[in-house]
Write a protein that binds this ligand. Structure first.
Ligand SMILES: Nc1ncnc2c1ncn2[C@@H]1O[C@H](COP(=O)(O)OP(=O)(O)OP(=O)(O)O)[C@@H](O)[C@H]1O
Ligand SMILES: [Mg+2]
Length: 431
């Protein structure tokens, strides 16, 4: 039985990695200039896969103009650092590639001596400074990739001024050889404000990074992903996959994997099979929702209602108030657009539609569940964490009304989640 070429769940190894050429080009240029970068993105957008691609021994030689042989690469997942891990243990782990290379150095080399000094002094910032200074002098660069960087903010020991100050200073000054690539679900502005207490008057710790927000794949990258199936998927099926998953890499992989298996198992009717299988990824939506601010959640809900309204043939959910409010939510809508969750489409009220029908179905289902109980929409908003968003009384009223109407109409469908999927039904052939 041929192996399913699609994989979703864990980060990809470089030989399965697809695309992201724009992001790669930017980060590689920055690394060549000795500059640090922060990769910011929602859950499962591909941060770890990209970090791995950038530092992996299989890709280094071709990525960095032949300089990789002179560079050290180290990658750490800060989420798995034990709660009691000290800065000493952190640096010992991070600098392991240097330690490993010392065997090839003469025992009395400066690098050997400096590394030993660092160790003797418990990797204090002063000796680390000397080490990074030396590395730079001898033409080396130390690339340190820190995944799940935002979890450091909850670390009982490392979440400290000394630790962040050291990282910032070694990575920001041109005389030192440290370059950082960090990945985080939390944007830099929030990382800065959450660490401001350590440094109330100085520069924010993390303003040395260029921030790259990871969003949807490009059309070309999506085609490349489809090509993993050879000629198995029909054109109308590819079209349906894009409607369901948008261009989100994880959702695409999950949908493609399901369709591949439907063929493998000789399913006569592949559409319900795929839809059924996609229930597996429901947890992903709640995960994503949890990481959003109340403002983003509200902006997404508005766009989802606008989308539903059009699908349900302009059911009139939108009063004038809500239309005005869409204008006020432009920054959040733009952020959602950058992250690949919504896309511009003038046919929809407010000018946006939801990119993934599966995400739309998830949110609609949540709305319906709320409508099924006698709970007020006020409490639905509260439970969903939307009520924390700043909204005027009028706006709130309009929003609640629109959400109620939307839920009311969607509720009439016997199987609500199927209702949305029905819209792409027919795109899947029966055989
Ligand atoms: N470049 C890519 N090409 C193809 N598929 C990808 C790519 N990047 C991510 N994916 C898909 O998304 C899934 C999740 O990727 P990854 O673990 O790298 O995301 P992440 O942003 O690190 O997630 P988390 O926020 O949970 O740490 C992968 O298993 C794969 O299915
Ligand atoms: Mg990750």
């Amino acid at each position: 039985m041929p192996q399913n070429p699609f994989s979703y769940g864990k980060a990809l190894s470089p030989n399965h990695f697809i695309g992201r050429s724009k992001e790669i080009r930017r980060i590689v240029n920055r690394l060549l200039n000795g500059e640090s970068t922060a990769l910011i993105g929602d859950p499962h957008i591909g941060k770890t896969s990209l970090l791995t691609y950038l530092v992996h021994s299989d890709t280094r030689q071709s990525l960095y103009e032949g300089k990789a042989a002179q560079w050290y690469f180290s990658m750490m997942d800060t989420q798995i650092l034990g709660g009691q891990l000290t800065p000493v243990q952190f640096w010992e782990q991070a600098l392991f590639p240097i330690k490993e290379s010392l065997d090839k150095e003469p025992p009395d080399s400066l690098l050997n001596k400096h590394y030993a000094l660092c160790k003797e002094n418990n990797f204090g910032n002063f000796t680390l400074e000397r080490l990074f200074l030396l590395l730079k002098k001898i033409g080396r660069q130390f690339v340190l990739a820190l995944d799940e960087f935002d979890t450091l903010l909850n670390h009982p020991v490392l979440n400290s001024a000394e630790f962040y100050g050291g990282l910032r200073s070694f990575a920001s000054r041109p005389e030192f050889a440290l370059v950082l690539i960090i990945a985080s679900r939390t944007p830099l502005s929030q990382l800065n404000s959450r660490t401001q207490k350590f440094n109330p008057t100085g520069s924010p710790f993390f303003n040395i990074f260029a921030e790259i927000t990871m969003g949807a794949l490009t059309d070309k990258e999506v085609e490349k992903l489809f090509s993993l199936a050879g000629d198995r998927f029909k054109d109308h099926e590819k079209h349906a996959i894009k409607a369901l998953a948008g261009k989100h890499p994880y959702l695409l992989q999950a949908t493609c994997a399901a369709l591949w298996d439907a063929y493998e198992e000789d399913e006569i009717n592949r559409q319900p099979y795929v839809v059924q299988r996609l229930q597996e990824v429901n947890f992903f939506f709640s995960d994503t929702w949890r990481t959003w601010t109340p403002e983003i959640r509200k902006a997404f809900t508005i766009a989802a209602i606008a989308h539903q309204e059009r699908l349900l043939k302009d059911a009139g959910f939108f009063g004038e108030n809500l239309m005005t409010s869409i204008e006020d939510w432009k920054p959040e809508l733009r952020e959602l657009e950058n992250k690949g969750w919504i896309e511009k489409d003038e046919q929809y009220q407010g000018g946006y539609k939801i990119s993934s029908e599966i995400m739309l179905a998830w949110l609609s289902d949540e709305l319906i569940k709320a409508a099924r109980t006698d709970k007020s929409f006020e409490s639905w908003l509260q439970e969903r964490g939307i009520d924390g968003a700043f909204i005027s009384v009028d706006e709130k009223k309009a929003f609640v009304e629109a959400a109620k109407k939307a839920a009311g109409v969607i509720k009439q469908a016997k199987e609500p989640i199927k209702d949305v999927f029905d819209l792409v039904k027919g795109l899947f052939g029966a055989s």
